[in-house]
Design a protein around this ligand. Structure first.
Ligand code: SF4
Ligand code: SF4
Length: 396
């Protein structure tokens, strides 16, 4: 295994844990900047914690937390200067890896026809994501399956993904809408990161337990003052994560969920949802795994110039399922059923994993607070066709 000489401790190995003091976190961020990374991470803007460019750790939302419930998001001041004491906000990392708007090609009039114009190859950004939660690492792994593992590889996504540095942050508290523990995606980052931080604070000391996930992560950490983590540091971090797991705001029973939804296509709960769902598509826009796009052509008024764009789309729009003669999913009932059944059931057939990582964004940002855990729970409660194992349980 490759080893690196650390600044203040012995050689660093993938899998090691070290301690970095709060005052040295800036050096970690600057080590990324000096290696050409464009650092993006959580920052405060317009009443929310969003993901944007960071030039310093001063840009992080120090001393802020969030309160989330169905259709509700509020920021609150904390009594301390914690840097990561909140959960996920309205943005997800997909906006960097799979941008909402991308031009596919452009063309100019050429006599009676059109001529495709050569595109200037845009420079591929070299992103460092600073503060990725465990559920979000799972969401990125799911989007990798969509954009990289299938028959057709998305070249832009591939280039951005290959350049990516991932600094994860283990969650020290659970939000009101979090249910990553139910989906086995958190709150601890277990793979897919270069470095993973746990924020610790004790007796006036503010510091981070840092786990090394890759040689690249070790190279960055070698430029930052650190010391080996002792058992007390590791136990402190474990206690925090156990506490986070115990305080999840939501829970989803995933036992046999695919079969449950498949046998309940005609459940009355879908009608119940239709009375509330506005088909606004917020849930799909904020979801870190949703990946649907559409293609649009635009021209100037003189017909001299044309462009084709790819933009995010949603299965909640009527147009999304339009084929010759009409829309396949014409009602909110059919659209919500399609979305939820895809997330929790057909996604498993398609990609081998659930399409939901339990981040809770769709619950928070639904204007009417529709909650995927409640809807799935309601269907389980009054399962139209009980599975044989469940029937046995009822009669016992
Ligand atoms: S379906 Fe909802 S809870 Fe699940 S990953 Fe998407 S936004 Fe998060
Ligand atoms: S479930 Fe909520 S967020 Fe999603 S489309 Fe319906 S109203 Fe909008």
């Amino acid at each position: 295994m490759r080893t690196l000489r650390a600044m203040t401790a012995g050689p660093l190995h993938v899998g090691d844990s070290v301690v970095v003091e709060r005052e040295h976190l800036e050096q970690l961020l600057q080590a990324l900047v000096s290696r050409g990374y464009e650092v993006v991470g959580p920052t405060l803007r317009e009443g929310a914690i969003v993901y944007d460019h960071l030039t310093s750790t001063e840009d992080l939302p120090s001393g802020w937390t969030d309160e989330q419930a169905g259709g509700k998001y509020r920021l609150k001041r904390r009594q301390d200067h914690a840097l990561f004491a909140y959960v996920v906000g309205p943005h997800s990392w997909k906006k960097f890896l799979c941008p909402p708007l991308q031009r596919l090609w452009q063309a100019a009039r050429n006599g009676k026809g059109m001529r495709i114009l050569p595109e200037e190859e845009p420079a591929t950004p070299k992103y460092a994501f600073f503060g990725v939660r465990a559920c979000e690492l799972s969401a990125i792994a799911i989007q990798d399956k969509v954009f990289l593992d299938g028959q057709f590889v998305d070249p832009g996504y591939k280039a951005r993904r290959e350049n990516l540095f991932l600094l994860a942050v283990n969650c020290g508290l659970a939000g009101g809408n979090c249910f990553c523990a139910s989906m086995n995606t958190g709150p601890k980052a277990t793979s897919g990161f270069d470095l993973a931080l746990t924020e610790l604070s004790q007796n006036g000391r503010h510091y981070f337990l840092v786990e090394l996930g890759s040689v690249r992560g070790a190279e960055i950490l070698a430029a930052v003052p650190h010391q080996p983590a002792n058992d007390a540091d590791k136990q402190h971090a474990e206690r925090i994560l156990d506490d986070t797991t115990r305080h999840m705001g939501r829970r989803l029973d995933t036992r046999g969920i695919k079969e449950l939804l498949y046998r309940n296509y005609e459940h009355p709960q879908w009608d119940n949802v239709t009375e509330r769902c506005l088909s606004c598509a917020n849930c799909t826009m904020v979801c870190p795994t949703c990946f649907c796009t559409t293609v649009e052509d635009v021209t100037d008024l003189a017909g001299e110039h044309a462009e084709r764009w790819r933009r995010w789309d949603s299965c909640f729009s009527v147009d999304f399922s339009y084929i010759h003669g009409g829309s396949v999913r014409a009602t909110p009932r059919s659209r919500y059923r399609q979305w939820m059944t895809h997330k929790l059931a057909t996604w498993i057939d398609q990609f081998g994993v659930s399409g939901c990582v339990g981040c809770g964004r769709c619950i928070t940002w639904c204007p009417v607070g529709i909650d995927i855990t409640v809807e799935a729970g309601a269907i389980r409660e009054s399962d139209l066709v009980k599975a044989p194992a469940d029937q046995g349980k009822d009669s016992a």
